[in-house]
Design a protein around this ligand. Sequence first.
Ligand SMILES: [Zn+2]
Length: 191
Amino acid sequence: MENKKTNETFVMPVKQVHPKMTKEMYEKLVNYRVKKCETIEKLHHTYNLPVITIRANYPGILKNNETTRFVIEEIGKTFDAFFHDKMLAEETYDTPEGPTTFYVLSGDARTLKENAVFIEQNHELGRFVDIDVYDIDEEYAITRFELHYEPRKCFLCDKSAKECSQNKTHSVEELIAFMEERVKEYIRNKE
Ligand SMILES: [Zn+2]
């Protein structure tokens, strides 16, 4: 995995009207997922502590853009403030899943996941990120289900995000427009 500052490898083609994932993009995504697992394993091995990833929950396939980078930075600031004394490592990359920050934090993984769900549910931009917690020696992230939380809701309606995504209830354009409008509103309110 290459660092964000020098990395141009994962930049996606110029946006088309209805962007479809090409074979090449799909392969990059598959290769990245392998690399992501290796990175998590490596961090587990080095620190013997839980690893957390934060990435933007951006609809569509062109996931590295101003909106997603801004969302990751803002949530990162909250995260830094929240976990200031527990943080041992922090690395951000542009990836085929969008900008992603990897953190190593000391503490109980399930408690960290509860804090992560709190941020996802209460930060103004929380609905636009996925925060995953990987406990030591566990390959898969801790699920909301395991901790008895409701599944994540869709941006636009009251149904679960999974249901709307599987049924393609909303167009990608509609979802992107909603997210971008909310982010602009957040920036306006901050000024
Ligand atoms: Zn929906």
